[in-house]
Design a protein around this ligand. Structure first.
Ligand code: NAD
Ligand code: LMR
Length: 333
């Protein structure tokens, strides 16, 4: 049997974690032969809840789960960690914008970034889910200077899955028949879901998404706004933010980091923009089309960008620049 890997989930007493932990522990993410030590980090008042989560994980009787370690201490939580899934933060409530949460989250992700820097393996893969995910990820990365920036990413896979599913439903095909949608930019309502490079398999014949959908007005209108506003729509309906779909997207994201993306396919994730990618300003965590091999991601370059897309890619970049600048002010306080 392989040596166990150590995986930490923060916000482990929360609702996303409740959907996520079982999938990780039963091998859906790191493979069916990979033993796991699962570290559950939350804040002190949630320790009694974590005890319940630990009991349930034990009661699942999962062969890959070697140990479960509940803790409220970052030095325990991030010790020798191979994969860190940073879910814990304050979820947005109905009517609240992500920016309202920026200040509290800068403090959380600064502390956790510094702890990763000090205690985690230098090869650790860090995935930020807690909102505002892109900027939290940037702050965590800046606070962990000894860990390569490429090891940090933020979750836009939920938006990616939402976009694929909308197109699939419109074409009357299953979701796996749609590939290469792109989410550009921020995991917020300014994100740009782009299907100019997407393909749909309709009855065994691969078509460009625009040809398969045959409704440009929808693709440039309601499709985009539905994906952009989906998180808020779920909150309005459930009075809680997405959890089941978020957990599924985290599994997709981390599994692709571990095992790579399929040949000829790309996915979306927020990664460090170094300033030479599609004209996006540097020093942001921006969602791009990404291919992954050998646990290393590569941006898919050279896709033609029309004026419609350019304007939307720039608008979401502008929001990220503003978020970053505000966050950097909080960081220096
Ligand atoms: P939740 O309130 O159910 O759980 C959050 C948990 O985080 C709580 O148990 C809380 O105690 C814990 N927490 C708070 N501060 C912490 C800290 N400093 N260290 C460790 N744990 C801490 O929320 P949820 O529904 O699980 O959502 C978690 C986050 O994920 C929210 O910010 C939400 O907006 C975000 N989210 C992101 C996406 C995405 O696609 N990127 C999708 C859905 C939700
Ligand atoms: C989502 O996309 O469902 C979450 O990020 C929740 C939100 O605030 O939109």
């Amino acid at each position: 049997m392989a040596k166990p890997i150590r995986v930490v989930v923060t916000g482990a007493a929360g609702q996303i974690a409740y959907s996520l932990l079982y999938s990780i522990a039963k091998g859906d993410v790191f493979g069916k032969d990979q033993p796991i030590i699962l570290v559950l980090l939350d804040i002190p008042p949630m320790l009694p809840v974590l005890d319940g989560v630990v009991m349930e994980l034990q009661d699942c009787a999962l062969p890959l789960l070697m140990e479960v370690i509940p803790t409220d201490k970052v030095e325990v939580g991030f010790k020798d960690i191979d994969a860190a899934i940073l879910v814990g933060s304050m979820p947005r409530k109905e009517g609240m914008e992500r920016k309202d949460l920026l200040k509290a989250n800068v403090a959380i992700f600064k502390t956790q970034g510094a702890a990763l820097d000090k205690f985690a393996k230098k090869t650790v893969k860090v995935v930020v889910v807690g909102n505002p995910a892109n900027t939290n990820c940037l702050i965590a990365s800046k606070s962990a200077p000894s860990i390569p920036k490429e090891n940090f990413s933020c979750l836009t896979r939920l938006d990616h899955n939402r976009a694929s599913s909308q197109v699939a439903m419109r074409c009357g095909v299953s979701a796996d028949k749609v590939k290469n949608v792109i989410i550009w930019g921020n995991h917020s309502s300014t994100q740009y879901p782009d299907v100019h490079h997407a393909k749909v398999d309709v009855n065994g014949s691969e078509k460009a998404a625009y040809d398969a959908v045959k409704d440009e007005a929808w693709l440039r209108g309601d499709f985009i706004s539905t994906v952009q506003l989906r998180g808020a729509a779920v909150i309005k309906a459930r009075k809680l933010s997405s959890a089941m779909s978020a957990a599924k997207a985290i599994c997709d994201h981390v599994r692709d980091i571990w095992f790579g993306t399929k040949e000829g396919e790309f996915i979306s994730m927020g990664v460090y923009a170094a300033g030479n990618s599609y004209g996006i300003p540097e020093d942001l965590i921006y969602s791009f089309p990404i291919e992954i091999k050998n646990k290393t991601w590569k941006m898919v370059g050279g896709l033609p960008i029309n004026d419609f897309s350019r304007a939307k890619m720039d608008a979401t970049a502008a929001e990220l620049v503003e978020e970053r600048d505000t966050a950097m002010d909080f960081l220096s306080q």
